[in-house]
Unconditional design. Structure first.
Length: 451
């Protein structure tokens, strides 16, 4: 099934297509569900390649400017062998993890059982891994369904190259009081691809926290797709914290299908990254479903973070709320593209979207493109976007009362993001992340934001 790249394609396009050719050859002789969707994804991707700025949803983000070659590992840093030492050295984990939590650790594209804690898995939760042989039927069906309606070439790329991921199935009527932590550690250079699938049965409740960090100044590229299927009357709280170095390029995709009467809360904190594309596609499929998608982006240096969000209302009486705030310094750039789509059947929909950016330098740039597509006539939908700098009047007011300039700037920046942090449902996790944000804000006030 070898496809030759055009002579007009860029170096990175040629390298990725060659890698896809090499990977797909090993699936040519198999007819299981995963092999089939990999081959179909390859056919589509080989025709499109990486997105470019001629495509409307990529007009603000130039992949080819940020990514010229696939990173190759020339060193091999060993993994920590002691889970307690690993947790204690990982500041956030040491503060938020409880004794009965489930800990799933991936490093450089591989599941690391030595650093994971699965013994606390409760009855009603089934945990499998993509690399462990046969994929459960429920997971392959969810992947097939998403594959059949996908139009994103990066999702196709992730399908072709997906090498590892966790498959979590929560039975109906299960309430998990402890947290599930999915941790990605970038320890070495390379190109890594994850696919996670999470199915939550009706009337169930689960909290899932994702942590993504670059451990060193490594040169890494990754794709990561998370597929959520949320049954009726379920509650899901999802928090993602990602702190990358200035050499990491990442493409995240989140897909969620939300059933009737269910609640899906998803909050993201992103910082660093040479290029980070956060693509989210959320569908309110059931009546009376509620979705909250929010987050904070912190950028400095030449970081580029692109958040592209589509929320589709496909049933009556559904509610969605999107709230994002970005803080930019140096020569960084943030992008927010948010589209709310209300189908004709989705009467009584309430949908609100708020996008705010605070720019701390003359060379930073923020682009926002809020959109509404409304095909129903009895709805309450709206969006707003603001971009600005710290108020000189507010700075003067604080300094006139004996507060130093750095502290005054820190207080104003903190005030800018304080309300959005309330969207994190778990009180302990919210408090820990507030502390993390406070440490970052100390650097913001001095013009140094990068973690």
């Amino acid at each position: 099934m070898t496809v030759k790249p055009s002579n007009k394609t860029s170096q990175i396009d040629q390298e990725i297509l060659k890698l896809c050719n090499d990977k797909i050859d090993s699936f040519l002789d198999y007819n299981d569900d995963i092999s089939v969707i990999k081959r179909e994804a390859f056919k589509r991707y080989s025709k499109k390649g990486l997105p470019n700025r001629f495509e409307e949803s990529w007009k603000y983000t130039n992949i080819h400017k940020k990514l010229q070659n696939i990173p190759v590992s020339d060193k091999n840093y060993p993994i920590p062998l002691n889970v307690d030492n690993f947790i204690n050295s990982f500041d956030i984990m040491s503060k938020i993890k409880s004794d009965n939590d489930i800990l799933i650790v991936f490093m450089d594209g591989q599941f690391i059982p030595e650093l994971s804690m699965l013994e606390y898995s409760k009855n009603g939760i089934e945990i499998n891994f993509l690399s462990h042989g046969d994929v459960p039927r429920w997971a392959s069906e969810l992947m097939i369904n998403k594959h059949n309606v996908n139009e994103d070439p990066l999702f196709d790329l992730n399908t072709i190259l997906m090498q590892e991921g966790v498959l979590i199935n929560v039975s109906a009527n299960v309430k998990i009081d402890s947290n599930v932590y999915i941790i990605h550690i970038g320890n070495n250079d390379g190109f890594f691809n994850y696919r996670h699938v999470i199915n939550v049965g009706k009337d169930s409740h689960i909290n899932v926290t994702e942590l993504k960090v670059s451990n060193r100044v490594n040169d890494a590229l990754y794709t990561s797709s998370v597929l959520w299927n949320i049954g009726d009357n379920a509650i899901v709280n999802n928090v993602k914290y990602q702190a990358h170095n200035q050499s990491t390029v990442g493409f995240n995709q989140q897909y969620a299908d939300v059933g009737s009467g269910s609640i899906f809360n998803s909050f993201t904190i992103s910082s660093g990254s040479k290029l980070l594309r956060e693509s989210r596609n959320i569908s309110c499929n059931g009546e009376n479903s509620e979705v909250s998608i929010s987050g904070v982006n912190l950028l400095d240096g030449e970081s580029h973070i692109d958040t592209t969000l589509v929320v589709s209302h496909k049933a009556p009486n559904s509610l969605s709320k999107e709230k994002y705030k970005s803080i930019l310094s140096d020569r960084s750039r943030s992008v927010f593209q948010g589209n709310i789509v209300v189908d004709q059947i989705a009467q009584k929909t309430i949908a609100k979207q708020s996008i705010d950016a605070l720019i701390l330098s003359n060379d930073a740039e923020h682009d926002s493109k809020p959109e509404l597509e409304i095909y129903a006539d009895d709805v309450q939908c709206g969006h707003g976007a603001t971009t600005g700098q710290l108020s000189e009047d507010s700075l003067f007011y604080l300094r006139a009362r004996g507060i130093g300039e750095d502290e005054a700037r820190r207080l104003l920046v903190h005030a800018f993001i304080s309300d959005v942090m309330e969207e994190i449902q778990d009180t302990n996790l919210r408090n820990v992340l507030r502390d993390v944000m406070n440490n970052m804000l100390n650097r913001v006030s001095k013009g140094r934001l990068n973690v």
